[in-house]
Design a protein around this ligand. Structure first.
Ligand SMILES: Cc1cc2nc3c(=O)[nH]c(=O)nc-3n(C[C@H](O)[C@H](O)[C@H](O)COP(=O)(O)O)c2cc1C
Length: 354
């Protein structure tokens, strides 16, 4: 509530500056931790990892693993760091982050600004895994023509330090990246990354993060490649390059990926489609526009085991995590589910829980 009262002030600060302020505030530990126990109905094991609750922090907030302990302390069931590339890189020129407050949305064209895999490895070395679940989202450097080499390098260096890894081929801000979602390119890439993982003594689950802007044929190819290759899961979805009607005209034409409320429906429909196409056999993390318990529950009923948030935190503040968890536990109980896993894909399977 304090955050919501302070938001009009924050809303006047340049968005990228506000983001750095948030990271700095988290580092000081001044942002309140939430150590209350999670409702037991929210615990779940997914791809072999035990999650205390299904609400995670999406990639892009903590690109360099600077504040993962602090964000876990906010009550997230897991946090995803990155995207991280083998070499450090500055990303695109500023301005590259735009807050569309009236639309409850953000447009970003950050372009994988990050400190590189070595800095990330240093930060995670010796991490206390009991503190919580940390996934690492891998990208490729802008100037790298051999994409597979970059994702394989990330896998080798960071795989041993991660609870799960993500191949991110869905950011709209690295030229050519999303083309890696097409059938042959994807199959070759996944094969190379799985080979890199096979050499590790500890092999984290490997997920693929996809865009919401794909054709039916693309989605079918992705489902088939993911199942055939033995990927451990999908993340649906990244930001959209679409610009739905009615967006704030001051920003609607900015290049980049749109996130937040306007992404909720398209990303949930993409998730529902992938859940059907994979026959519910692959765990899916649902992300895009979640701003409350109802949105998270809709993703779960559409086929998500886990849900991530980013943009809504900008507008709602960190108290949102607790509100979503409490609300979700209530919604599950209302529908007669004793456990979140029972509700996964309930819409598609025609289960009403009663
Ligand atoms: C500023 C910003 C930076 C992001 N950076 C990344 C990134 O580096 N890698 C990635 O996979 N997704 C990135 N994302 C996408 C989010 O992880 C998420 O998929 C998307 O924002 C939709 O969720 P939301 O509507 O809850 O924000 C970024 C999003 C934002 C707003």
């Amino acid at each position: 509530m304090l955050y919501q009262r302070a938001f009009p002030l924050l809303d006047r600060i340049d968005p990228e500056r506000a983001h750095r302020l948030a990271i700095a505030a988290l580092k000081t530990g001044l942002i309140g931790a939430d150590r209350r126990a999670d409702p037991p109905s929210l615990a779940q094991t997914v791809f072999g990892v035990g999650f205390p609750n299904p609400i995670g922090l999406a990639a892009g907030f903590d690109k360099d693993g600077e504040v993962y302990r602090q964000t876990l302390n906010l009550g997230f069931g897991f946090v995803e760091l990155g995207s991280v590339t083998p070499k450090p890189q500055p990303g695109n020129p500023r301005p590259r982050l735009f807050r569309l407050t009236a639309d409850r949305a953000v447009i970003n064209r950050m372009g994988f600004n990050n400190h590189g895999i070595e800095a990330m490895a240093q930060r995670l070395n010796g991490r206390n895994t009991a503190q919580g679940i940390v996934g690492i989202n891998l990208g490729k450097n802008k100037d790298q023509t051999d994409a597979a080499a970059d994702y394989a390098a990330g896998t080798r260096r960071l795989g041993p330090l991660a609870d799960y890894l993500v191949i991110n081929v869905s950011s709209p801000n690295t030229p050519g990246l999303r083309a890696l979602q097409s059938r042959d390119a994807l199959a070759a890439l996944v094969e190379a990354v799985l080979a890199a993982r096979a050499d590790l003594s500890r092999r984290p689950p490997l997920l693929l993060k996809i865009a919401p802007d794909l054709t039916d044929a693309d989605r079918q190819d992705i489902a088939e490649v993911a199942l055939a290759a033995g990927l451990d899961g999908l993340i649906v979805s990244n930001t959209t390059i679409a610009r739905p009607a009615g967006l704030d005209p001051r920003f609607a034409k900015e290049a980049g990926g749109l996130s937040g409320r306007p992404l909720l429906q398209p990303s949930t429909e993409t998730l529902r489609d992938l859940y059907r196409r994979t026959g519910g056999k692959l765990p899916i993390i649902g992300v895009g526009g979640v701003a409350g318990a109802e949105d998270a529950y809709a993703k779960i009923r559409a086929g998500a085991c886990l849900v991530q948030i980013y943009t809504a935190l900008v507008f709602e503040g960190p108290g949102l995590v607790r509100r979503i968890k409490d609300g979700l536990a209530r919604l599950l109980a209302q529908d007669g589910f004793t456990h979140v896993a029972e509700a996964v894909g309930a819409d598609t399977r025609g289960i009403d829980g009663r």
